[in-house]
Design a protein around this ligand. Structure first.
Ligand code: BG6
Length: 527
């Protein structure tokens, strides 16, 4: 990597810097949210910023500029945002409602079209004035929470108004101008490359923070710590000891109010290209040479480049796509995907994906990685199961016709965040038997404190200049290089024709066969 990314501030893995375990506080800056009236801002960004404010992690000088097209006033946007914290972050609101008025004072509304040069020039004047009035030092953090088709316009207009510039090369002053870009970053390899090129015209890579909020989840970060802070796992973390890896990203929700986006995107783009692949890279990566953001990302890119890019015949045999039909969600009757509001009745968009992937490197050769992701599954659960090899078919394994179950290390990303290890043990009794039991660690029981929302961590990291948990340009392209041949092959209805599954089930039967056909002893581990 030529650009090792010091954009004028410390770019070390900030989460590790603080020896006493306290969360790092952010430097003063203005946070400009494009798409400030949208769903993401209301559900995630404002609750996260309010929570950071309540923890004292937001600098007292920081202002939040809500940039959007509608005719609103400061008071109206503050009220809309207050309501969203009340609705979407109930625990936070219950504990901290009294602090809202002081937080609300930070928020101002800026009305403009996304392609209006005047709107950006006025924004610049405003930000300059805040720097003088509040002491935000020229630091700017832009957040693109707009529909993806506006990304190019916004980065172009920011450059035209010279809002992309970092005001001082002097790192001690910490002047920065950074941009967080939401997913989806492109829709395939070609569009991701084109978008990277446009972004690069306005910002240096070290200023760009492509977000995948799964990387901000506590347990996703713990995969890294768990692997590299314990001596016992690394020696067995390879094809000699591991039989297979399963990654499940199951949701009970359907498309909700997002049919306009989802029917174009589908589950492969929505959940696999980004979230599931990010989890896979953390499981499969080599230890990085340091904790610096680019060192970590170099290793992740190597995994993505080792992922076998499947040809049409393999795609037909190793991928499954399906759509839910009417069934149940959390006990209530729900319509099928084709009956959802805003979904075309002829839609072939998948709401479920299962696939078998291979990481073709020395460590993982021959170890299948199974991924499944779907909407309207029986429960919301994201977990990784590392299935170890079976014991030899002698001694205890001969005692039962089923043999002895393999050891399984489960990393539960959500809910009930934790890690468990399945071991064979002898239950009490006069007979010699082997049954599996789980050694369990849960965050709730061990630490008992509120888990930070992923967006809190990521916003704070971006303010602190720590890009470790953000996706680099070559990384996002490597993800698309894997996903794009599948998207293209699926255009042919003969290649993995779309199947159906009942809402509330674990997906089509063929997904069970996908795993069993690879080895009769393998099965999805549904807990
Ligand atoms: C988003 C997807 O990135 O992640 C949504 O676009 C999905 O479709 C969401 O529902 C899931 O996030 P979480 O944090 O609830 O698992």
């Amino acid at each position: 990597m030529a650009d090792f990314g010091n954009d004028g501030v410390i770019n070390e893995y900030a989460a590790f810097e603080d020896g006493n375990g306290a969360d790092p506080a952010a430097p003063p800056c203005n946070i400009i949210i494009f798409g400030a009236t949208g769903d993401l801002t209301n559900r995630k960004l404002i609750p996260a910023l309010f929570s950071l404010h309540c923890q004292g992690s937001l600098a007292p000088q920081a202002r939040i500029v809500a940039f959007a097209r509608r005719d609103l006033t400061d008071d109206l946007i503050r009220e809309k945002m207050r309501k969203s914290v009340e609705d979407f972050a109930k625990d936070l609101w219950r504990d901290e409602a009294k602090r809202w008025p002081e937080f609300a004072q930070r928020i101002v509304y800026h009305r403009s079209d996304y392609d209006s040069p005047d709107g950006y020039n006025e924004l610049k004047n405003r930000l300059d004035a805040f720097d003088t009035e509040f002491g935000t030092n020229g630091n700017r953090l832009y957040y693109l929470a707009t529909p993806p088709q506006t990304y190019s316009q916004v980065v172009f207009q920011l450059r035209k108004a010279r809002l992309n510039e970092q005001l001082s090369p002097d790192a001690s002053k910490r002047n920065f101008s950074r941009i967080i870009i939401e997913k989806p970053f492109g829709q395939d390899l070609a569009s991701a490359r084109a978008l990277n090129a446009e972004v690069r015209n306005s910002f240096r890579e070290a200023q760009v923070y492509r977000i995948d909020h799964y990387l901000g989840k506590e347990t996703v970060q713990n995969i890294f710590v768990f692997r590299f802070a314990n001596a016992v796992f690394e020696p067995i973390w390879n094809q000699n000891f591991i039989d297979s890896v399963q990654i499940t990203v199951a949701e009970t929700v359907g498309v909700e109010s997002r049919a306009g986006y989802f029917d174009q995107a589908g589950e492969l783009r929505d959940m696999v290209q980004s979230h599931a692949l990010q989890i896979l890279t953390l499981v499969a990566m080599e230890p990085p040479v340091s904790l610096e953001a680019n060192a970590i990302r170099d290793e992740k890119v190597k995994v993505l480049r080792s992922l076998r890019q499947m040809k049409a015949a393999e795609i037909a045999a190793r991928t499954i796509r399906a759509q839910y039909v009417a069934g149940l969600a959390e006990g209530k009757a729900v319509p099928g995907y084709l009956q959802e509001n805003g979904v075309s009745p002829q839609s072939l968009t998948e709401t479920y994906v299962a696939m078998r992937c291979s990481v073709e490197n020395w460590r993982w050769a021959g170890v299948p990685f199974f991924i499944r992701a779907g909407k309207r599954l029986p429960k919301r659960v994201t977990e990784i199961n590392i299935v170890f090899k079976n014991i030899p078919e002698i001694l205890l394994a001969r005692m039962s016709y089923k043999g002895v179950e393999p050891n399984v290390l489960t990393v539960r990303i959500q809910p009930d965040e934790g890690i468990s290890m399945r071991l064979g043990t002898k239950p009490p009794g006069l007979k010699m038997r082997v049954v599996p039991v789980d050694l369990d660690f849960t965050y709730g029981a061990s630490f008992g404190q509120r888990m930070h929302d992923a967006y809190e961590r990521l916003l704070l990291d971006a303010m602190n200049g720590d890009a470790s948990l953000f996706t680099r340009d070559d990384e996002v392209e490597a993800e698309w290089a894997f996903a794009t041949p599948i998207i293209e092959a699926w255009r042919d209805p003969e290649v993995s024709p779309i199947q159906t599954y009942m809402a509330g089930s674990w997906g089509p039967e063929s997904a069970s066969l996908l795993i069993r056909d690879s080895n009769p002893r393998r099965r999805w581990l549904d807990r």
